[in-house]
Write a new protein. Structure first.
Length: 331
């Protein structure tokens, strides 16, 4: 029997931060290491193109994201790892799927609807600033998922609707042309909590409160020193659960370390001490990957070679799958 296919796309729209790592990258890497599945992981650069339209930044993000995943241990021999724009079959399928997708489905997609609502509120034309890449974003995502007959699709909560759309579009095609596509399921990492940023709100690019995943050690300690605390002094008991520093610590420390840290809060540990410990556990986990990441950035050709090898595997598979799909539709 063929192994179940686990597929996920990583949009290359910025430099990854610790929140992305804890919430998305780390759980996906864990899943990729499970040998009972066939992992397919790709850089969704076409999906980035509707917002990143500066070629230099575009290239930089693709390289950084690829280098990041490789540095953190994604094994390109085990999983198929490629760049979406290296697989032209996806765009053929994108068009075929567009022809069985009702326009109303796109009108109801969250990202598009949010833009329309924002524009209406601001008194602008509802479609102001909306390009067709954004509007048809869910169809390309359905093509990503359906081309490879994916079984499971790990995503963040904001992407569930898109996976459901892929199912709807698959059903629409199956209904029109006969059983062709498997219906994919989304997988959500429920257990990971939202990592707070420097100001205590959710760590997010849009709040400018992030710590980059591969920040160099000195800068990392400086950023941690900036994290907001209350004004309690060393010796005064502190509440661990409401502390941003503790929430960060928890995600990187071992179970016994977490327990000890909780007691130290009760005993009134000083904030300066906690900041050193938070740095220690984060740095412990990321020191080796950071080194590898720098090596990849200094040798972009090595990253390109890996992506090119992955693209060959992906295209071979895509070609076979696509010919079956086209055949069904009479081509
Ligand atoms: P941002 O909010 O910085 O724009 P994205 O929306 O690009 O981040 O998120 C990419 C992935 O990282 C998603 O799967 C999301 O669930 C996860 N993620 C983002 N921020 C956090 C966070 N602070 N804590 C945990 N997971 C996060
Ligand atoms: N839309 C996803 C995001 O913004 C990225 C993505 C593109 C994706 N194609 C995919 C995720 C296919 C899973 C499967 O994060």
């Amino acid at each position: 029997m063929e192994k179940p296919i686990i597929l996920t796309g990583i949009k290359s729209t910025g430099t990854p931060h610790l929140g992305n790592y804890i919430g998305a990258i780390k759980p996906a890497l864990k899943m990729a290491s499970d040998k009972s599945n066939q992992g397919i992981y790709f850089i969704a650069d076409y999906h980035a193109l509707n917002s990143v339209q500066d070629p230099q930044a575009f290239r930089k993000y693709t390289l950084e994201i690829a280098a990041g995943w490789l540095a953190l241990g994604l094994d390109p021999e085990e999983v198929i790892f490629y760049r979406q724009s290296d697989v032209p079959q996806l765009l053929e399928l994108n068009y075929i799927l567009a022809c069985v997708t009702p326009k109303g489905l796109m009108n109801r997609a969250h990202a598009y609807k949010a833009s329309v609502e924002r524009n209406t509120k601001d008194g602008l034309n509802p479609d102001h600033g909306v390009n067709m890449g954004l509007y048809t974003y869910p169809i390309l995502m359905a093509a990503d998922i359906l081309l490879f007959q994916s079984d499971k699709v790990p995503v963040g909560k904001d992407q569930i609707q898109h996976v459901e759309y892929a199912r709807d579009i698959a059903q629409s095609f199956n209904h029109t042309f006969g059983g062709t596509f498997k219906l994919p399921e989304h997988v959500i990492q429920e257990e990971t909590e939202l990592l707070p940023g420097l100001d205590g709100r959710k760590m997010s690019k849009s709040y400018g409160n992030t710590i980059s995943l591969f920040e160099e050690a000195g800068k990392l300690q400086k950023l941690i020193n900036k994290i907001k605390t209350d004004s309690s002094q060393p010796g005064e008991p502190k509440d661990a659960e409401s502390s941003t520093l503790f929430q960060l610590y928890k995600e990187f420390a071992e179970t016994d370390e977490i327990q000890q840290m909780r007691s130290r809060y009760t005993e009134g540990v000083g904030w300066g001490e906690v900041k050193k410990e938070v740095f220690y556990v984060i740095n412990r986990e990321l020191e080796a990957p950071r080194k590898k990441y720098q090596e990849f950035l200094n040798n972009p050709q090595a990253v390109k070679n890996i992506l090119n090898k992955g693209a060959i595997k992906a295209r071979n598979l895509a070609e076979k799958k696509l010919s079956v799909i086209k055949e069904k539709a009479g081509m």
